[in-house]
Each structure stands twice: as C-alpha cells, then as structure tokens.
Design a protein around this ligand. Structure first.
Ligand code: GFB
Length: 324
C-alpha cells in the first residue's frame, strides 16, 4: 500500500479549468471525497493574467491546486492555431504556478500531455524519454508549452522548495469532451460524424489520415482518479505517465466507434489530413508501482461517452425548440 503523505479529504482545493472535461471530472471526484472545491469565476479571473490570478489566489488561499486549465484540441486545431496553443498554455501555467507560490499553496499538480515526448520515442514511452529527440511537428507548439510547465514545476521545487508535481496523461476522452468537428480529438469527432450519419441515413463517414497511426486512450474518470491518487502519494521531480498501456490503430478505433454508435456505413480515409505521430503509447510502470491502474475499458468508456453526447444533443435541440 502506497503511503498517502498529502491526504486531500477536508482540504481547500483549487481546480483551475473546472469547466473543461478534465477539470470537471476532477471536481466531481474531489467533492465525492469531501474536499472544498474552489473555482475561479469566469468572467472575472482570466487565468492567462498574472495579476488577476494572484489577487484571487491570495484571497482564497487554497491548500492544493490541480492545474487542469489549458488550450487543448485535436490534431487540426494544433496544426492550424499554433500561436494560441503556445501562448495561452505558457501564460496560464506561469500565472497559476507563480500565483500558487505567492499564495503559499502546499501542493500543486500540473497536467501535461503525452505529446511532450519525441516523435520517434521508444515505445511504450517511459518518462526518461523526455527531451531525447525532435517533437511531432503537428503539435510541437503545444508540446513545448507543456514541457515548459514540467520545467516550471521542477525549477520551483529546486529553488523555492515548492511541492509541485507533473502528470502526463495519454489521449483522453469522455463525457464533457469537445465534439466540434474542426477542433475535436479523434474520438468525439468520429462519434459526432457517425451519429450524424446514422440519424440522417448517411452512407459514408470520413476518417482523417490513413487509419494506420496507433493511439492509447484513457477515460477522463480514470484520469481524475489517477490525479487525486498522485496528489496524495507522490512528491518527486520527474513527471509521471498515466494511461492504460494499451493502444490500437485509428482504423480499429473507427470500427469500434461504429459498433458503439450503430453506424453501419462505409469509412473513407482522407489522406490529405495529417496522421500525426505514428505511435504514442505510454509506459505506465511507474504509476503502477505507485499503486494505480486504469479501470475503464475502451469499449465501455466509448459507450458511456456516446450516451452523454446523445443526451447533450437532445438537451440542445430542446433548448433550440424553446425548452419544450
Ligand atoms: O485525436 P487527434 O486529433 O490527436 O488525432 P493526436 C489522432 C489521430 O486520429 C490522427 C486521426 O492520426 C488523426 O488524423 N483522425 C481520424 C482524426 N479522423 C479524425 C477526425 O475526424 N478528427 C481528428 N481530430 N482526428 C493531439 C495533439 O494529437 O493529441 C495534441 O495534437 C494533444 O497536442 C492530443 O497531445 C492529446 O493524438 O494526433
């Protein structure tokens, strides 16, 4: 049994990014565990603005911070909006990390991404692969910002003795995800396209790229559970990978989403869209040694996400029809 050197129960915990998929999942679990969750008002506190963040954090004095606020998106959003992905992420993490130091926060967990690792990293990717080679070009802007976040936490540990740690999740999905077709990640994008095709008797759904790249996917409820666990048991400098340790091809994933959504038409591959990195599967040995493993299998996680999406679509339609 791993020792809990920072028990969260009863603490005042700031979740930065509480409206996003990851932040809202962390908020749900913290409330279940009896924590007082603090969230920065929006509008009111722009997390990219140092002064606004500092003023709010000094007034609220959280004991702990989950830094889940970020500019995120799928391969196309990363590729076409590099300035937003590098600037917003650098600004948010600098403001929150420095704000936490000034407010005397006891512990902070920074959430990164598996795209911090080199494009050609040895698979599955162990933590030691960081900064050993060139990055995947479609998301290097986002990756550079996330690497800077890890380095900020390490520097604050060394110079100021702050207990700030970093968690690197693999590709995430789940309820509350972004289903916008241009900016979404692959799971919500394909789910949305297949649902639309199913309800309008469409014969074909377009899958970007070749279908050959391999990806690993983690349900956001598993990630939230892992984040709380790491906060309670880990106080080291190195970032810790969180994933399932299992991957599949995009073609296999598309097939599975077809089964979950009930779409029975054809899949057409659009090779003018980027594949991105060919493989990105995390080595999760360290997290297993720290006493944590993923519990939600991909098929049931996809079914859960699809139920949420259909419910959200129905609610939107009702609202558009005047709340009837
Ligand atoms: O999920 P995704 O956008 O992100 O794409 P990455 C994964 C793979 O799915 C790529 C393919 O090979 C896409 O070409 N794909 C197929 C699709 N159809 C679609 C579709 O309709 N929409 C999308 N979005 N993809 C992101 C990074 O990389 O992963 C971020 O850009 C971040 O920085 C995130 O790290 C976790 O896995 O390629």
């Amino acid at each position: 049994m791993t020792e809990r050197d920072f028990p969260l129960a009863g603490k005042r915990v700031f979740v930065a990014g509480h409206l996003g998929m990851v932040g809202s999942a962390i908020t749900r679990v913290l409330r279940q565990r009896g924590c007082a969750v603090l969230t920065a008002p929006r509008p009111g506190v722009d997390l990219r603005r140092q002064e606004e963040v500092e003023r709010w954090m000094r007034a609220e004095r959280p004991d702990a911070v989950f830094l889940a606020a970020a500019r995120v998106g799928g391969i196309w959003a990363n590729h076409t909006r590099p300035a937003e992905f590098i600037y917003d992420n650098l600004a948010i993490q600098s403001a929150v990390i420095e704000g936490a130091r000034r407010a005397g926060v006891g512990k902070l967990l920074f959430l990164g991404s598996s795209c911090i690792y080199p494009k050609l990293a040895t698979q599955p990717i162990a933590e030691g692969e960081l900064l050993t080679g060139p990055l995947e070009p479609t998301n290097e802007w986002y990756a550079v910002a996330k690497i800077a976040g890890i380095k900020l936490c390490q520097a604050y540990r060394r110079q100021y003795g702050c207990n700030y740690i970093s968690l690197m999740p693999t590709n995430l999905y789940g309820p509350g995800d972004n289903f916008n077709l241009q900016s979404a990640h692959v799971i919500p994008a394909l789910m949305h396209k297949m649902h639309k095709a199913k309800v309008s008797d469409g014969a074909e759904v377009v899958v970007w790229g070749s279908g050959a790249p391999r990806r690993e996917f983690l349900h956001v409820d598993d990630l939230a559970d892992a984040a709380l666990h790491l906060m309670e048991v880990y106080s080291g400098e190195e970032q810790i990978n969180v994933g399932t340790g299992r991957d599949l091809t995009i073609a296999e994933l598309a097939q599975m989403i077809g089964e979950v959504t009930g779409f029975r038409g054809r899949l057409a591959y659009d090779r003018s869209k980027p594949d991105g990195t060919l493989r990105k599967c995390l080595d999760v040995t360290r997290m297993a040694r720290l006493g944590w493993r993923a519990k939600i299998d991909l098929r049931s996680g996809l079914a859960d996400t699809y139920r949420w999406f259909v419910g959200a679509e129905d609610a939107l339609r009702m609202r558009a029809a005047g709340g009837r």
